[in-house]
Design a protein. Structure first.
Length: 236
């Protein structure tokens, strides 16, 4: 019963030391920390508990940073502070090793078995030649590569061959920034459609970005994965 008046802070006489400590803000910050902890646990369970093939809608919620007296809860909200520090530039052949490391770490983020991850990592070829021959861009944050994407062109089709974000920076808006940059580049190069073979865990992200499910395709490892497409003419 005391929580509401403490949060409101109206008409109650607190000792001077408590007032100076700004007790309502302290209580609010504690509440946010508790909620964030619970949400992180729920999001982790959603990532690794894929046996049912279903996710709670709550897994799409992200709790952002707060200011005194204000809590922001948004679906797909972008962390503006992170985005202000991100720059997307062309990757070079010397980045091949780092780009593959990020790709493998981002794939493993979804909890795949180690033996399957070893086969997947062995099959992925991110070489200096690949970077030279294709349109590969990296997102830089604080002097380090935060994520990257690669576009491969087939006539008027732009294939989003890779798009990965470092696991410690997932849900910070970097994936959205990379995808939008890729769309702009594909459009500028005359592509009429963009296509990607999506990890099943990333389908929701691509749908949110405007792609639609066009079917499934069998990979070299024997899985059937979603194929997502978007008509770029609608964005012109």
């Amino acid at each position: 019963m005391l929580v509401i008046p403490l949060l409101l802070g109206y008409g109650y006489a607190f000792p001077r030391a408590v007032k100076q400590a700004n007790l309502p803000v302290i209580l609010l910050s504690g509440l946010i920390a508790l909620v964030n902890g619970l949400m992180e646990e729920m999001l982790w369970r959603c990532r690794v508990g894929q046996s049912s093939g279903r996710r709670s809608h709550m897994c799409c919620l992200t709790f952002q940073g707060w200011e005194p007296g204000f809590i922001s809860v948004r679906e797909g909200e972008v962390n503006k502070n992170t985005m202000q520090k991100v720059e997307i530039i062309r990757a070079g052949p010397e980045d091949a090793g780092q780009l593959k490391t990020i790709a493998v770490a981002a794939k493993a983020y979804w909890g795949y078995p180690e033996d399957w991850m070893a086969r997947w990592a062995d099959a992925v070829r991110i070489t200096p030649e690949y970077i030279r021959e294709n349109e590969v861009h990296k997102a830089m944050k604080d002097g380090e590569i935060a994520g990257w994407y690669a576009l491969v062109y087939q006539d008027e089709l732009a294939i989003l061959d890779h798009m990965w974000v470092r696991p410690d920076l997932i849900r910070r808006g970097i994936g959205r920034r990379l995808f939008n940059h890729a769309v702009q580049g594909a459009t500028a190069n005359g592509a009429r459609q963009i296509e990607t073979e999506s990890d099943p865990n990333a389908v929701g992200f691509y749908q949110h970005m405007g792609l639609r499910l066009a079917g499934k395709r069998k990979t070299d490892l024997g899985r059937r994965i979603p194929v997502m497409v978007m008509d770029l003419r609608k964005n012109n």
